[in-house]
Design a protein around this ligand. Structure first.
Ligand code: PEP
Length: 258
C-alpha cells in the first residue's frame, strides 16, 4: 500500500451467496464491529437482489455497495441483464467487471472493455479483474497475459477517467482454492500492472491508481499481502461472507505504509 498517493480499498465479492434477509443480518453484525477509523475505502459487492437491502442497511456508513456484474448497454432487449444506470439508481457505487468466473462463462476482453466504459460513463467505480491460469503461470506467460488483459480492458478509457478504475489482480489458481499467491508473487504482478498503466497513461496516473490482490486473501495472510508497496487492497471472496473475518482484513489495512 502507499496511502500517500492512492486509496486503499478492501472490497468483498459475495458471488452467489446470501439472500436479502441474510444480507440484512450480515450488515447489522458488520456495523456493530466495524472499525471506527477512516483507514481505507470499504466496498461490498453483492448479488443483484441483495443490493436494496445492503444499500438500506449501510446508508449512514462508509461502506459502499457494489454489483458483481453489469451489462454495457443502456437499455433494451437483454432479458435478465442489469444496466449501469439501474445500479446507480439502486444505490451502487462499485461494480466488479471481468471476474474470472464470468470470463469462464464466456465474457471476452471486448465485453470487459465495454462494461468498464459503461460503468465509468454512469459514474460507477469499476473493479476490473485480471488474472492468469495455473497453466499460463507455469508456462511463463503471466506478465504478457496480464498486460494484454489490462490493455484490452482499458481501451478507450480517457486520461481523466483512468484514476476512477480499480484493477484487481486475481490469479485464477488462487481463487476459492485456499492457495494464496505469495506476497512476492502478488507484488511482482501488481508492480507489472502499474508499469503497464504508466506506459498507457503517465507516471502520475500509474502512481494514483489502486491495484488490489484477490485470491484466498483472509484475516491471516492479509497483513503481509497488504504490506507490499504495489498492493493497495484486496478483493475478497470467501472471507467477506463472515463479518468478523472481513473486519480483520479491514484492520490489516491499517498498517504503516511506505
Ligand atoms: C474472488 O471471488 O474474487 C475471490 C478472490 O475469492 P476468494 O477470496 O474466495 O478466493
Amino acid at each position: 500500500m502507499n496511502r500517500k498517493y492512492r486509496k486503499t480499498v478492501i472490497a468483498g465479492n459475495w458471488k452467489m451467496n446470501k439472500t436479502p434477509s441474510e444480507t440484512k443480518e450480515f450488515m447489522t453484525q458488520l456495523k456493530s464491529i466495524m472499525p471506527k477509523g477512516r483507514w481505507c475505502d470499504v466496498a461490498l459487492c453483492v448479488p443483484a437482489v441483495c443490493i436494496p437491502a445492503a444499500v438500506r442497511a449501510m446508508r449512514e456508513t462508509r461502506v459502499g455497495i457494489g454489483a458483481e456484474n453489469c451489462n454495457a448497454n443502456a437499455s433494451g432487449a437483454y432479458t435478465g441483464e442489469i444496466a449501469t444506470n439501474m445500479l446507480v439508481d439502486a444505490g451502487c457505487k462499485y461494480v466488479i467487471i471481468g471476474h474470472s468466473e464470468r470470463r469462464a462463462m464466456g465474457e471476452t476482453d471486448a465485453d470487459v472493455n465495454a462494461k468498464v466504459l459503461a460503468a465509468l460513463e454512469a459514474g460507477l467505480t469499476p473493479i476490473m479483474c485480471c488474472g492468469e491460469s495455473l497453466e499460463q503461470r507455469e508456462s511463463g506467460i503471466t506478465e504478457e497475459w496480464i498486460a494484454m488483459q489490462i490493455k484490452l480492458g482499458l481501451a478507450g478509457v480517457s486520461e481523466e477517467k483512468i484514476r476512477k478504475v480499480i484493477i484487481a489482480y486475481e490469479p485464477i489458481w488462487a481463487i476459492g482454492t485456499g492457495r494464496t499467491a505469495t506476497p512476492e508473487q502478488a507484488e511482482e504482478v501488481c508492480e507489472g500492472i502499474r508499469a503497464v498503466v504508466r506506459k498507457l497513461y503517465s507516471s502520475k496516473n500509474a502512481r494514483a491508481i489502486s491495484i488490489l490482490y484477490g485470491g484466498s486473501m483472509n484475516e491471516k495472510n492479509a497483513y503481509e499481502l497488504l504490506a507490499q508497496p504495489d498492493i493497495d487492497g484486496g478483493l475478497i471472496g470467501g472471507a467477506s461472507l463472515v463479518p468478523e473475518k472481513f473486519v480483520q482484513i479491514i484492520e490489516a489495512a491499517n498498517q504503516p505504509t511506505v
